[in-house]
Design a protein around this ligand. Structure first.
Ligand code: BTN
Length: 342
């Protein structure tokens, strides 16, 4: 009901809609309307009321509220159920709880901050206010070994959103970090001397995919997306700052986080549907086009293996193929990559 009240107020934003009209259109009493308006105000909506004129929506809160994400969202699956928290431990943990209780594919969990955000390889993920901390539940019919494909689909969706909305050059560092070519203000970056004003790649988004699977089927996949949107980099631990950026930092202004969230869900869903229809080949093709890794000198750490060489290909499983100095080809399925040449 509150969503419907908001929609009517939105249609005449900054003008008045009478309590009587709302009551008539929605089929509830004026007292009930008043109560919903109080709740919306409590959630941060600025709504003024004037005796004979009614209610007027002045501004919406800077929050990723379900009403805001749902309005005009062009998806069929993603975001059909939205769980929103001002603060949570980890959106991935909550999504896993939901899916164990039988929630359907496409449900999402968003939080304004996370107290125990999880990164890849058991790392912590710093999640201050201003980012997008999002988990998406999917139930694809794939083999457990193919689960990394879902991460690729998510990384592509995020990178495309950044490119389309802000014209920033977003690239994907294998396996799934989204980077932006960022202008450096200092002459020292990533431990190397650089000319003032030159560009380096910095991480703007990380993805952590968790899944449950049987021998040959995946029960569910939870894709956790952490995107630095309106964040002052100084809020991050000092050791991450030099390799991390945010959309706000790159554009020198804040963005509409709700718009970013909607577009990301739409882009991810498009790639997901493409994958269901045509398989992984078209996804791989898109991924290669915006890879920050291919053709570069890299150092890869995969379990105990450390491999240095040139990243020459990504195969149909999503594994990275590296050519070493000795001319040998090595393949890694998971791990961490550092770019040596850019
Ligand atoms: C990485 O290490 O690069 C992956 C970071 C993933 C962070 C996101 S934020 C939303 C979701 N919930 C979590 O606890 N982690 C993921």
């Amino acid at each position: 009901m509150r969503e419907r009240i908001l929609n009517l107020l939105y249609q005449r934003k900054k003008k008045y809609v009478s309590g009587e009209e709302l009551s008539r259109k929605l089929g509830i009493s004026r007292t009930a309307i008043w109560k919903h308006i109080q709740t919306l105000k409590g959630e941060g909506y600025k709504i003024v009321s004037q005796k004979r004129l009614g209610y007027s929506l002045i501004s919406v809160p800077d929050l990723l509220l379900p009403y805001e994400i749902e309005r005009g969202l062009k998806t069929k699956i993603l975001g059909k159920r939205i769980y929103h928290f001002r603060e949570i431990g980890s959106t991935n943990d909550f999504a896993i709880e939901l899916v164990r209780k039988g929630i359907e594919e496409g449900a999402i969990v968003v939080a304004e901050t996370q107290a125990k955000g999880k990164g890849r390889l058991g790392r912590e993920w710093s999640s201050p206010f201003g980012g997008l901390w999002l988990s998406i539940i999917l139930k694809p019919k794939i083999l457990p070994t193919q689960a990394p494909r879902m991460t690729v689909i998510a990384a592509l969706g995020v990178a495309k959103t950044i490119r389309k909305l802000y014209s920033l050059k977003a690239l994907i560092k294998w396996p799934n970090d989204v980077l932006i070519r960022s202008k450096v203000g200092t002459i020292r970056a990533n431990g190397r001397m650089r000319k003032k004003g030159s560009r380096v790649f910095k991480k703007v988004c990380g993805i952590l995919t968790e899944m449950s699977a049987e021998q040959d089927t995946v029960n569910y996949v939870v894709i956790g997306i952490g995107a630095n949107l309106n964040i002052d980099i100084k809020k991050f631990p000092i050791e991450f700052r030099k390799n991390t950026t945010s959309i706000e930092k790159e554009l020198s202004h804040k963005i509409d986080r709700v718009e970013f969230t909607k577009r990301t869900l739409e882009e991810i869903e498009n790639f997901y549907l493409l994958f269901k229809k045509r398989g992984f080949a078209p996804i791989l093709k898109e991924w290669k086009k915006i890879s920050a890794t291919l053709g570069k000198g890299i150092k890869a750490v995969s379990g105990r293996r450390i491999i240095e060489g040139k990243a020459i290909d990504i195969d149909s499983d999503g594994a990275l193929i590296i050519e070493t100095k000795e001319g040998k080809q090595e393949k890694i399925l998971a791990g961490d990559v550092t770019l040596i040449t850019r």
